[in-house]
Write a protein that binds this ligand. Structure first.
Ligand code: C5P
Length: 231
């Protein structure tokens, strides 16, 4: 499968989203809408993406009782969303309900589970009463999500290799992508597109390196060239 490049539209308003879209090269097929933009502009902010025939990754990281999450999955699907995130920590019943709800949709979205937020450290785990290491937790929750019928996982490139080996048929959605000479910003564990793809990433999520570039088209071209090197 050819890896997909997803541009994260991390902007606060629908107007800024449209301005960003106007700067993006046509070759980009996927865009991610996250909590900030979705809370500000609602499902209406997905319309400009649909009008441009783009694929939509709605990154809401759903985590609630099974029925509520299942209904949210169906509603998101009705807005034409192609990929949606849930929290694996919601547990098997929630994950199975989400997967079943997606399957029942006429245009089923793919579901990717977040195993552990990358912002959590081992100290946070202690506060939360979790005795596993961060990587044990990622693997255990990955197993839980995939065995519950979820299509894939959100992971850093550095864990992607292990997850790809364990779940070779699952989607691996990888943020924290930077070009070798790029600024890393607040990301801690970054990787190049080639490294991520080599580790088994099926979807690369890139925000600031493209959104804030003076020439987004050349950054996108460099990313695709780097991906080609990996294959
Ligand atoms: O600007 P940047 O390329 O760092 O953006 C990465 C995107 O991926 C952001 O939308 C961020 O919220 C998301 N993300 C992440 N790390 C995770 C999960 C999601 O950076 N572990």
């Amino acid at each position: 499968m050819k890896p997909a490049l997803i541009v994260a539209l991390d902007v606060p308003t629908a107007r800024e989203m449209e301005e960003a879209l106007d700067q993006m090269p046509d070759i980009i097929e996927w865009y991610k809408v996250g909590l900030e933009l979705f809370c500000a502009a609602g499902p209406a902010c997905l319309e400009p993406l649909k009008k441009r025939n783009k694929k939509i990754f709605l990154d809401l990281k759903l985590h609630d009782i099974p029925r509520t999450v299942a209904n949210a999955v169906k509603t998101a699907a009705s807005h034409g969303v192609n990929l949606l995130t849930v929290h694996a920590i919601g547990g098997r019943a929630m994950l199975e309900a989400a997967a079943e709800a997606a399957r029942e949709c006429s245009n089923p979205p793919k579901l990717a589970a977040v195993t552990t937020l990358t912002s959590l450290s081992q100290d946070d785990f202690a506060d939360l009463g979790i005795s596993r290491t961060v990587s044990e937790q990622a693997l255990a929750l990955g197993e839980l999500a995939i065995s519950s019928g979820i299509d894939g996982l959100v992971t850093s490139a550095h864990e992607a290799g292990v997850l790809h080996k364990k779940f070779p048929d699952s989607l691996l959605v990888v943020p924290g992508i930077r070009m070798p000479d790029g600024e890393i910003g607040d990301q801690k564990r970054v990787a190049t597109p080639a490294f991520a793809v080599h580790q088994g990433a099926t979807h690369l999520v890139v925000g600031r390196p493209i959104l804030q570039a003076e020439y987004p088209e050349s950054v996108v071209a460099a990313i695709f060239a780097d991906i080609k090197n990996a294959s």
